[in-house]
Design a protein around this ligand. Structure first.
Ligand code: FPP
Length: 243
């Protein structure tokens, strides 16, 4: 897709995180089951990944399934899990070819073995790619991530690998699922809801937020580029006063 680029790409967000919300309502409006909306939502991902290099976005992190989403009906949960498997199987070839490095964050323990194998394989097969870094949050929750990190850190202290004096924000961050990623500069949530919903709680301490009314299946690459373009006009101070 041809999208206009300008100097803004230089000052634009390097890492954009997206809460892809509104699939259910999109389907309901069409008198279709919620899974129909999730399938339509999955189709949106490709064009947004494709446009990232044009607007200087090197890292894209998307919220696919939260630690709270298990509370949905069995039909919706198993339908989503099947969709994740299908997505990996169907998209792997193009992601590898297009230079996309894929990572998954979240707790894999509750996910089925077949899905985890596909996730591991895709991470490995794309590990030499560097054009766009796509991170998919699957069974992810910010509090859960920090808890798991704290547990591993406590274990290493118990084993004498480090002491309590070594515990700094940087040390804790190195135990997070996202330890190899920069913090997101911009977090976008679609569908008009203005909540964080347990997404990247630690990492988004200084992120800018954009709450967009469009439902995720209608969120085009063009709109993504517009939102990313607006970021250039923002004045981030990270808690300091402007000189
Ligand atoms: C929130 O919309 C969306 C989800 C819980 C699932 C997100 C999944 C996708 C976009 C598709 C699959 C993703 C991959 C990586 C293949 P909602 O269902 O809460 O919508 P609602 O608020 O309108 O009910």
């Amino acid at each position: 897709m041809a999208v206009e680029t300008d100097d803004k790409a230089q000052s634009g967000p390097k890492h954009v995180a997206v809460i892809m919300d509104g699939n259910g309502r999109w389907a309901q409006m069409r008198h279709r089951p919620r899974l129909f909306g999730h399938h339509a939502g999955a189709k949106r991902i490709r064009e947004i990944v494709e446009v990232c290099p044009d607007v200087g976005v090197k890292y894209l992190t998307i919220f696919a399934f939260s630690t709270e989403n298990w509370k949905r009906t069995q039909t919706e949960v198993s339908g989503l899990m099947a969709l994740f498997r299908k997505y990996i199987e169907k998209e792997a070839k193009d992601l590898i070819k297009d230079g996309v490095r894929v990572r998954f964050i979240g707790d894999r323990i509750k996910l089925d073995e077949k899905l985890v194998t596909l996730m591991d394989e895709l991470e490995l097969l794309t590990s030499h790619n560097d054009k766009v870094h796509l991170t998919i949050a699957l069974n992810y929750g910010g509090r859960d991530e920090v808890t798991r990190a704290a547990k591993r850190l406590a274990y290493d202290i118990e084993k004498g690998k480090l002491t309590h004096k070594d515990v700094t924000a940087e040390t804790l961050a190195s135990y997070l699922d996202t330890h190899v990623l920069p913090d997101p500069d911009l977090v976008i949530r679609t569908s008009g809801e203005a909540r964080i919903s347990n997404f990247l709680l630690w990492q988004s301490a200084y992120s800018e937020y954009e709450f967009i009314d469009t439902l995720w299946p209608d969120f085009t690459a063009q709109e993504f580029c517009e939102v990313v373009g607006r970021y250039g006009a923002r004045d981030r101070r990270f808690g300091a006063v402007k000189a």
